[in-house]
Design a protein around this ligand. Structure first.
Ligand SMILES: Nc1nc2c(ncn2[C@@H]2O[C@H](COP(=O)(O)OP(=O)(O)OP(=O)(O)O)[C@@H](O)[C@H]2O)c(=O)[nH]1
Ligand SMILES: [Mg+2]
Length: 310
């Protein structure tokens, strides 16, 4: 009996689209992410669709064939309707780099504004002990001119991750970022003010997302919340929600730090929570690996979370 493979295309569902030249590792990455394992692949003819459920939401995962005949037709169609793009690049395939660069920027042009783009520098498992065959992160950034995404006119939130689709290294971290961007970009929480403080109440970072003169009430309320929660180390990993006349506030605590995020009153509660958690975990990661720089951090937060404000 022949088995017909069905393509389960879900309408009214956000699509995460995987692009990249043939043999880059898209199908392997999809399998690693969805099933936590990989098996031998054959080149994708046309496309394959899978689904992934995150929280209460289901996403289409569209794995496109990377060979030349599919690029101009399929890639364009799916890039234009994507809610997020994953571009996979094989760091050992130096012969195809210039073609990959060309197609990457073509895709970036097709993709609608504000759709997050994740660049996966794949096959880092082949780098170990054999640095010559693989491109370094710096070389990739230079060759693809990825610094462009840090500029003011950047139309997308963008991240690059070095991964191994085969061994699964960094796959989870990369995908978590993408999903957090998807949820955030869909429902802009209209942020007002952010404060990160130590558990003794000392403020370490403070960012205003709107005109500071409009933030007197927020500042007073944030100070009260900080005072209330001072030195409460038993509340590790807890969160609290506060509502006042013109704002809602979320407090998250982790590893002796407190993050309080104020957003507009009618903002989506869950989006504010996700943003607060994401910001605090970014802060903690940077502090613990020694890469924290106040100015860069502020830029990162404003670019990633404050952009949709007018
Ligand atoms: N060593 C190593 N091999 C990988 C990795 N990811 C994919 N591969 C191998 O690269 C080859 C191509 O992988 P696919 O996932 O089929 O590539 P694709 O991008 O889907 O290719 P097309 O469908 O032709 O566009 C396979 O032999 C994979 O096993 C990786 O992280 N490390
Ligand atoms: Mg494939």
């Amino acid at each position: 009996m022949s088995k017909k493979r069905s393509i389960g295309w879900l309408r009214n569902t956000k699509s995460i689209v995987l692009l990249g030249l043939e043999n880059a590792g898209k199908t392997t990455l999809l399998s690693q992410w969805v099933r936590g394992s990989t098996s031998k692949t054959t080149t994708t003819i046309g496309l394959d669709i899978e689904h992934v459920e995150v929280g209460s939401e289901i996403f289409n995962l569209i794995d496109l064939g990377g060979q030349q005949p599919f690029r101009m037709t399929l890639w364009k169609t799916y890039a234009q309707m994507a809610s997020a793009i994953i571009f996979v690049f094989d760091i050992t395939d130096q012969a195809k780099t210039s073609n990959a660069v060309k197609w990457f920027w073509q895709v970036a042009e097709w993709v609608p504004d504000n759709v997050p783009i994740m660049f996966c520098a794949n096959k880092i498992d082949l780098k170990k002990g054999n640095e010559k065959i693989a491109m370094s992160l710096e070389e990739i950034i230079t060759n693809f001119n990825l610094k462009k995404f840090g500029s003011d006119e950047a139309r997308h939130s963008f991240r690059i991750y070095e991964i191994s689709a085969l061994t699964g290294e960094n796959v989870e971290v990369a995908m978590s970022w993408l999903l957090s961007r998807l949820q955030v970009s869909e429902k802009s929480p209209d942020l007002r003010k952010l404060v990160i403080a130590k558990s003794d109440g000392t403020i370490v970072t403070e960012i205003s997302f709107i005109n500071p003169t409009e933030l007197n009430a927020d500042t007073m309320e944030i100070n009260e919340i900080l005072e209330l929660n001072k030195n409460i180390t038993t509340k590790q990993n807890t969160m609290q929600f506060y509502e006042s006349n013109n704002s809602i506030k979320f407090l998250v605590m982790s590893s002796d730090y407190v993050c309080i995020l104020s957003a507009r009153k009618d903002a989506d509660f869950n989006s504010v929570r996700i943003v607060a958690e994401t910001i605090l975990s970014m802060y903690l990661t940077q502090v613990s690996d020694g890469t924290f720089d106040e100015t860069l951090f502020r830029e990162l937060i404003v670019n990633n979370f404050g952009k949709t404000l007018t």
